[in-house]
Design a protein around this ligand. Structure first.
Ligand code: GLY
Length: 371
């Protein structure tokens, strides 16, 4: 299996995303040219450290790079002010300076936290993403969104801080639990739904091969997703326009997560899956998109054992008004009007501002939410 390079074209802050096998073992030669002093701090979590930690440190050290490893507790709770304070103190104790680099080695939690710490450490230090989940490889490690969660909501405190390099090593996905694989797959399907009907059709045929980690299918799905994301980020880095399309399914999804309690019981990728289907079904109810397209989206995600309806969720009896309150607080709410990513058809999503709350409420009740 060969290596694919996708460039994120951001002028002076442009960087490459490398996708392929063997990237962790080859990390020394890939990272070394980016370093002024041959020194990095690897930030990881206990789970990733147990599986792959030694391999990355060894690969870097073999190339003459001094490595300090910081192991954070695994889980979303680490992506908090407390986690940020802890990580910052540990980075300061290492006396890293601006010529050094942080390597974020893990899933979305590690990438978002370490990336945000890099954005503010001594007013900004470079960092590299080495994502170890499918979700992080196709979405969160690319594009420079970094953040922590607060009691008010997810990702509300953060910064845009682009990595210098992303190494998406497909080998690590072999040991990823099936449920995590499905969560990343929800984001892959999202790309087809938001902007590429041909890719969605390819997933209708080849999705099972991706989930089974068949080499060629997996490499194609990751590379295609990253290419789509890189192209959108290069055009709209700070989400003033088209980048918002990447939030397809996320307004519904975040509300479902908030009502379910941001835990292991209901994961972000599962929320995105249900959220994408709800976004297409809502579009169909508004007469914007054929109902058949919502059904096709649901079928592809259901085949990956992802939730697609409110009745699939671990918490039943959610109130329509509580869900709408979460949506109104979501950072995509603008001036009290609800903003959604809706769809005209598979592959043709658009930003809809000023969505009518009464229609939304009626839709949620028809989907099984409590009046
Ligand atoms: N995850 C959506 C974005 O990066 O814009």
């Amino acid at each position: 299996m060969s290596r694919t390079v996708v460039s994120v074209g951001l002028g002076q802050r442009a960087y490459d995303v490398l996708i392929g096998p063997g990237l962790i073992d080859g990390a020394g030669a890939l990272v070394s040219p980016l370093l002024r002093k041959q020194r990095v701090a690897v930030v990881t979590d206990a789970n990733v450290g147990d599986y792959h930690g030694e391999r990355l440190a060894w690969a870097l050290e073999k190339a003459g790079i001094a490595v300090d490893t910081i192991v954070m507790p695994a889980g979303e709770a680490t992506k908090s002010f407390e986690g940020l304070a802890d990580l910052s103190a540990r980075l300061l104790a290492l006396k890293l300076d601006r010529g050094d680099l942080i390597v974020a080695f893990g899933g979305g939690v590690v990438g978002d936290l370490a990336g945000f710490a890099a954005a503010i450490y001594k007013r900004g230090i470079g960092f590299i993403q080495v994502p170890t989940t499918l979700l992080a490889q196709v979405d969160s490690s690319v594009g420079g969104k970094t953040a922590i969660d607060t009691p008010q909501g997810k990702n509300l405190i953060g910064a845009f801080h682009q990595p210098r390099l992303v190494l998406a090593d497909l080998d690590v996905l072999a040991t990823l639990p099936d449920r995590e694989m499905a969560c990343g797959y929800a984001e892959v399907v999202k790309y087809g739904l938001l902007g590429d009907a041909g890719f969605f059709e390819w997933l209708e045929v080849n999705g099972a091969k991706v989930l089974e980690r068949e080499n060629a299918a997996l490499a194609y799905a990751v590379a295609h997703s990253v290419r789509m994301k890189a192209e959108i980020v290069a055009e709209d880095e700070h989400e003033t326009g088209r980048r918002a399309l990447l939030n397809l399914g996320h307004t519904f999804g975040h509300a479902l997560e908030a009502e379910t309690g941001f835990g292991d019981e209901f994961k972000h990728g599962e929320a995105v899956a249900a959220g994408c289907v709800l976004a297409l079904a809502f579009s169909a109810q508004l007469g914007l998109c054929p109902q058949e397209d919502a059904s096709r989206a649901a079928a592809v995600l259901k085949a990956a054992h992802l939730p697609t309806t409110l009745s699939d969720l671990p918490r039943q009896g959610m109130s329509a008004d509580a869900l709408i309150d979460h949506m109104a607080q979501d950072k995509k709410a603008d001036g009290g009007k609800l903003t959604f990513i809706l769809s005209r058809s598979i592959g043709d999503a658009f930003v809809a501002r000023d969505v009518d709350v009464a229609s939304l409420r009626a839709f949620l009740i028809a989907q099984g939410a409590q009046a």
